[in-house]
Write a protein that binds this ligand. Structure first.
Ligand SMILES: [Zn+2]
Length: 363
C-alpha cells in the first residue's frame, strides 16, 4: 500500500475528488476524525514529524469548510446516542475529535470551531486536571534529545536502556525510549525522565523557553484545570485519554488498568458528568491490544477510539472504533478519500493476507 501511496495522493485521489466521485461513495457509519490541535500563529516548525500531527489554522478552516459543504458534522452527543442506542444519523456524518488537550485547542482551535458552529470531542489526560503547566512526557523527551549534544550515551541499566545517541537516528532512538519508559507508572517514569535530563547535562530550567514563550507554550503545554473548564463552558465535550499517556500495551496490567479507570473516575469528579468515551494513547495496533479493549469496557466507558482507520478485528468493535488521523501533510483530496471510506476500502483490498491475520490477532 505504501508503494502506491504517491500515486493515490497525487493522481488518483485528486481526480476522484475533483469529479465528486468520493462524495457519492456510501460509507457505513459516521467518519471520525482525529486532530491534535492547531499550530499557533507565529510558530516555526521544530520537527516535521512531531509537529505534523497539528494542522495550521488555514488548513483547519479549509477542512471545516469542506465538511460544511459536503458532509454533516454531528455533535459528540449525537454520536453517543448512535453508539449506545442505534439512533439514526444523517448521511455522510462526521465526528470531530482532538487528542491530548494542548493549550492551542483553547487559544487557537476553539475560535475556528465556533466560527463554523461545530462541536468537537476533546480527549485529555490527567495532566489537565492539575494547576501545574505540564508537557506531554514523550514530547518533552523529544525536545530534551534535541537540546542535547550531537552525540551522547544514555544509560539506565536497571531498566535495560542504553543508547549511543546519534542525531540522524533521533526519531528511532526516541521512539525506542518512549516504548521502554511506557512500562513504568507515571511517577517512576517521571523519575526516569529526570535522570535522562541530568545525563544529558540539561539544567532544571532547560525548558524555560517552551514554558514561558506565549507561542511555544500554546504548542507544547497542556491545558490546566481552569483552561479545561473554559473549554467545557464553550460547549465542547471531554473524553479520557488516560492519566499520563503511556503506550498502554507496554505497561504492567495494574498500571494500564489504573491509567484507564482512574482517568474516567477523575474526569467524572472534576467535570461533574459521566465521561463516556476513551481514546487510547498513540492508538495504533502496537499500543492497543485486546487487554486494553477489555479494560475500557470494564472501566465503564460507552465506547473507545483507536487512531487508525481500519478496525482491529475485535469482538467488541465499540471499544476499538476507527478514526482517521489528520496530519498537516494531508491534501484536501486525501481528506475527501479518507472521510468517504474510499481510502479504507482500498487498504482492505490491498492488505496482504498475513497482515490481516496479524491485525486480527490483536483482538
Ligand atoms: Zn495522545
Amino acid at each position: 500500500m505504501r508503494l502506491v501511496s504517491p500515486l493515490l495522493k497525487h493522481v488518483v485521489y485528486p481526480g476522484l475528488s475533483k469529479a465528486g466521485y468520493l462524495r457519492r461513495v456510501a460509507r457505513s457509519g459516521p467518519a471520525v476524525l482525529t486532530y491534535h490541535g492547531v499550530l499557533p500563529a507565529g510558530y516555526d516548525i521544530i520537527d516535521s514529524g512531531l509537529d505534523g500531527n497539528l494542522v495550521s489554522a488555514q488548513l483547519f478552516r479549509e477542512q471545516l469548510q469542506f465538511l460544511k459543504d459536503h458532509h454533516n458534522i454531528i455533535s459528540p452527543e449525537e454520536f453517543r446516542l448512535w453508539c449506545e442506542d442505534g439512533k439514526e444519523l444523517p448521511p455522510r456524518s462526521v465526528l470531530l475529535t482532538c487528542d491530548d488537550g494542548l493549550r492551542n485547542v483553547l487559544f487557537d482551535m476553539l475560535a475556528i470551531l465556533q466560527e463554523f458552529e461545530m462541536k468537537c470531542l476533546f480527549f485529555v489526560t490527567g495532566a489537565s486536571l492539575t494547576h501545574t503547566p505540564t508537557m506531554l512526557w514523550y514530547e518533552e523527551l523529544f525536545l530534551m534529545f534535541l537540546a542535547a549534544p550531537e552525540s551522547f550515551s544514555l544509560e539506565l541499566p536497571e531498566i535495560g536502556l542504553r543508547t549511543d545517541f546519534r542525531r540522524h537516528e533521533q526519531h528511532s532512538q526516541w521512539w525506542a525510549s518512549v516504548t521502554t519508559l511506557s512500562r513504568y507508572d507515571m511517577n517512576h517514569r517521571r523519575t526516569l525522565v529526570e535522570r535522562i535530563r541530568m545525563q544529558l547535562g540539561l539544567s532544571e530550567r532547560w525548558d524555560a523557553e517552551y514554558r514561558d514563550d506565549p507561542v511555544l507554550s500554546r504548542r507544547f503545554l497542556v491545558m490546566n484545570m481552569q483552561e479545561l473548564h473554559q473549554l467545557t463552558e464553550a460547549g465542547m465535550c471531554i473524553g479520557a485519554h488516560t492519566i499520563s499517556h503511556p503506550m498502554l500495551s507496554q505497561s504492567a496490567p495494574e498500571v494500564a488498568w489504573r491509567e484507564i479507570s482512574e482517568s474516567k473516575h477523575d474526569l467524572d469528579q472534576v467535570l461533574g458528568r459521566e465521561t463516556w468515551a476513551l481514546a487510547y494513547p498513540f492508538g495504533d495496533s502496537s499500543s492497543v491490544t485486546s487487554r486494553e479493549i477489555q479494560m475500557a469496557e470494564q472501566a465503564g466507558f460507552q465506547c473507545a477510539f483507536v487512531n487508525v482507520s481500519r478496525d482491529l478485528g475485535t469482538q467488541t468493535p465499540r471499544f476499538a472504533l476507527p478514526r482517521t488521523h489528520i496530519t498537516a501533510e494531508m491534501t484536501l483530496a486525501e481528506f475527501d478519500a479518507h472521510i468517504s471510506g474510499f481510502h479504507r476500502s482500498l487498504q482492505e483490498l490491498f492488505r496482504p493476507a498475513k497482515l490481516s491475520a496479524a491485525v486480527g490477532s490483536i483482538a
